[in-house]
Design a protein around this ligand. Structure first.
Ligand SMILES: [Zn+2]
Length: 261
């Protein structure tokens, strides 16, 4: 019995070690604050208490800030405002462009001010289980057209806010997911974009799956609290690659662009 107990204990120790996340040591000098305004659609207003809505937002922000810190990215996510928008139903017919047009129509001053502030972002919160969306849907962006705007489902997983903000920083999905999404042409991402923004997609902007879990931009059942990076590892597996999977670098460079000219 004793030997079984000892080997069981050893196995446990090995597993803890095998799943250990090794993060880079980093010296962050100036952190850029990125305040976020959340517009709350009618579908959410009708279905949830204010305290629940605030709780979900806080859960996303907490994950984001931990992940940014883990990835050595000099950004913080903060709550700017919550604006209730009963005019926007959050129903299945509302595409990203349509809901943004509604926001511009009903809240022109707010939208203009948000777009004029370099480090501010804004999103519209849907109820997650709308019939339009597949079970995989949890958020959307179109960075070429709306550089600051995202949609998100209220009950989506912790990492989804940071995933959508990652898209706005021009981080991309993992190679496997992109192969499917681009009919096997994941390396030609920039060719699908307008000329004016092509240069924003970097060769190293892919997410990564390591140890069965995805980094923030990867599609996986479980998500690591960090962006892909060649300086982060999970057990003995490196969670990125300097040539094609370094979204931490993409986000660091984006952070600099928010304070530069
Ligand atoms: Zn995505």
């Amino acid at each position: 019995m004793k030997s079984i107990f000892v080997s069981g204990l050893l196995l446990l120790c090995w597993q803890v070690h095998a799943n250990e996340v090794k993060l880079p040591k980093c010296k962050i000098e100036a952190v850029v604050e990125t305040p976020i305004t959340f517009f709350i659609s009618d579908s959410v207003i009708k279905g949830y208490e204010v305290v629940d809505i605030e709780g979900h937002i806080q859960r996303w922000l907490d994950f984001s800030n931990q992940a940014l810190q883990n990835s050595c990215i000099p950004l913080t996510r903060t709550l700017d405002k919550i604006i209730f928008t009963p005019e926007i139903l959050g129903e299945e017919s509302e595409e990203l462009s349509v809901v943004h047009a509604f926001l511009e129509y009903y809240y022109p001053q707010e939208i203009e001010a948000l777009n004029n502030a370099k480090a501010k972002f804004y999103g519209l919160i849907y109820k997650t289980n709308l019939s339009k969306f597949t079970s995989e849907w949890c958020g959307e962006t179109n960075a070429s057209v709306y550089a600051k705007f995202f949609t998100i489902g209220l009950t989506c997983k912790d990492h989804v806010l940071e995933h959508e903000l990652g898209h706005l920083a021009w981080a991309s999905h993992d190679m496997d997911t992109l192969s499917t999404q681009t009919d096997g042409m994941p390396f030609d991402l920039s060719n699908q974009l307008p000329l004016s923004v092509k240069h924003k997609v970097k060769k190293y902007s892919y997410g990564y799956i390591c140890g069965g879990k995805g980094t923030i931009m990867a599609y996986a059942d479980q998500t690591h609290p960090f962006y892909s990076s060649p300086t982060i590892s999970y057990g003995s597996i490196v969670c990125g690659n300097a040539h094609y999977a370094d979204n931490a670098r993409v986000l660091r460079e984006y952070a600099l662009s928010l304070v530069g000219e």
